[in-house]
Design a protein around this ligand. Structure first.
Ligand SMILES: Cc1cc2nc3c(=O)[nH]c(=O)nc-3n(C[C@H](O)[C@H](O)[C@H](O)COP(=O)(O)OP(=O)(O)OC[C@H]3O[C@@H](n4cnc5c(N)ncnc54)[C@H](O)[C@@H]3O)c2cc1C
Length: 448
């Protein structure tokens, strides 16, 4: 494909956000008789789905303690449900299974799901929680559980298949997707800091609007845009916290137990919902009974034919170095540094056995020859930043929440055409300076 010299909309990154934005923008332009995707170019340095979207576990849930996240997720689930086949979406539901320390948080989530009409049931108390879980899986045996939130919507989607589905929708409307094009800088001029052109390793492309949707590479693009490396955050009590790094990395820990996915059916033979368990019960090795942890821990898992077994993960590991010193490339399973090790396999397989008897003694089937895991880039409060910078640059930085956020591109497309999205408002960059921070939960995960 020939490199254009100028486009109206230049989108950087062919992952979930870049492609969702391209598709929805093209739809709107088509509806307005403005040529669909004719003026939209997506560039990616590697390939479609080469980033986090292509390796994501693919879980789609609403279970968030923060009202703004839940409302946004409800909108995203609607987009997933709009074309399950194209997005390879499996609406099997989602279970959040929690210890006492999280009960009040999850009860609140359930209340607010009811308020926004998001279908879920909430079970409280140790005995009732176990009975509910045994009603689904007769071998359920997890301890330290006093509540179950069962979201009837959501589930999971197959990572690369859904991204290709999005790319096809965008291309069918005339969007051009150029891969093997690396953005190296931005040009501005005419007396303003608005971007007039994007510099790439294959030449400069003039543009009117830029969308930066580069997932874990955001730290590099943020620097190219001359945005601040550190920021000041106003706490809820008004205290100013200065010199807080804007970006930091966590390594996502995921893997696959190589059993027949059909092993994980419900008692009535249905496909199992995605399961997320947090507990403060001690975790012991399924190999030799040794104590693995007495701290609160959590795992998630689902049967997934795409991964060839039971796939899931555990709490991520913080990367302690400053963001600028972290090698994002080579990314994902190709990284020599950020793939999971035997400790993860031991912990996660033992945790599976802790939850369900059917997984006892199966650690030998863990797929340790297939490297897995990958980096996520997080904001200071671990919630997304969706905002406009330098007059015409929209940054979609989801703080690693984002495969499920397929609907964000739809809202960004509306804003590119002059609208203002109430759902995106709570995620503006100004919240740090103004102290409009999201509430934090008791979950051991940085993304709940
Ligand atoms: C192991 C793992 C599991 C996850 N599981 C889930 C999950 O179950 N559910 C969930 O909701 N989220 C999950 N996430 C998070 C989710 O995958 C990400 O938040 C989301 O995919 C980010 O999408 P994106 O479009 O912003 O970026 P990406 O999908 O990373 O796409 C960014 C693209 O930008 C390109 N790019 C980067 N720099 C440049 C440049 N200079 N020039 C041109 N192109 C460039 C890259 O090649 C890449 O293709 C997971 C993440 C990981 C790592």
């Amino acid at each position: 494909m020939v490199m254009p010299r100028h486009v109206t909309y230049l989108i950087i990154g062919a992952g979930i956000h870049g492609l969702s934005t391209a598709w929805h923008l093209a739809e709107r332009l088509e509806a307005q008789g403005k040529g669909g995707g004719r003026d939209i170019l997506v560039v990616d340095k590697t390939a479609i789905a080469a980033g986090a979207s292509g390796i994501a576990c693919g879980v789609v849930r609403n279970n968030y303690y923060q009202p703004a996240m839940r409302e946004l997720m409800a909108q995203c689930v609607e987009v997933w449900e709009s074309d399950p086949e194209a997005f390879s979406y499996h609406p099997v539901g989602y279970l959040q299974i929690s210890p006492e320390a999280m009960r009040a948080d999850v009860a609140e989530i359930h209340e607010q799901q009811r308020a926004i009409g998001y279908d879920s049931v909430f079970i409280e108390g140790a005995a009732d929680s176990t009975a509910y879980m045994k009603g689904l899986f007769d071998d359920w045996q997890a301890r330290g559980i006093t509540s179950v939130l069962h979201e009837k919507k959501g589930g999971y989607a197959n990572n690369t298949a859904s991204i290709y589905g999005l790319a096809a929708k965008a291309e069918n409307l005339g969007v051009r997707i150029l891969t093997g094009v690396t953005v190296t800088g931005f040009t501005s001029g005419r007396g303003s800091d608005a971007v007039t052109a994007v510099e790439t390793d294959r030449g400069t492309i003039g543009c009117e609007q830029v969308v930066v949707a580069v997932g874990p590479w955001i730290n590099a693009l943020w620097a190219m845009l001359d945005l601040p490396e550190t920021i000041t955050i106003r706490g809820k009590d008004g205290t100013l916290h200065e010199d807080i790094p804007m970006w930091r990395f966590w390594a996502l820990e995921e893997g696959t137990l190589g059993v027949d996915p059909a092993l994980q059916k419900t008692n009535d033979g249905a496909t199992a919902p995605v399961i997320h368990v947090d507990t403060d019960a001690p975790l012991h090795s399924d190999v030799d009974g040794a104590l693995i942890t007495e701290e609160m821990w959590g795992i998630y898992y689902k049967p997934d034919a795409n991964f060839g077994g039971i796939q899931g993960g555990a709490m991520p590991v913080k990367v302690e170095r400053p963001a600028g010193e972290v090698a994002v490339d080579p990314y994902g399973p190709e990284s020599p540094e950020f793939v999971v090790d035997d400790n993860f396999a031991h912990m996660w397989c033992s945790a599976l056995a802790f939850c369900q008897k059917r997984f006892e003694g199966r650690i030998g089937l863990y797929k340790n020859r297939e490297p897995s895991g990958g980096l996520g880039c997080f904001t200071p409060d671990s919630f997304p930043v969706f905002d406009r910078f330098r007059e015409n640059v929209t940054v979609i930085a989801d703080s690693n929440h984002g495969y499920k956020m397929i609907g964000v591109g739809k809202l960004v497309a509306e804003e590119l055409l002059g609208g203002v999205s109430a759902l995106l408002e709570p995620f503006r960059f100004s919240r740090y300076a103004e102290g409009r921070l999201h509430p934090t939960s008791h979950s051991p995960f940085p993304w709940s």
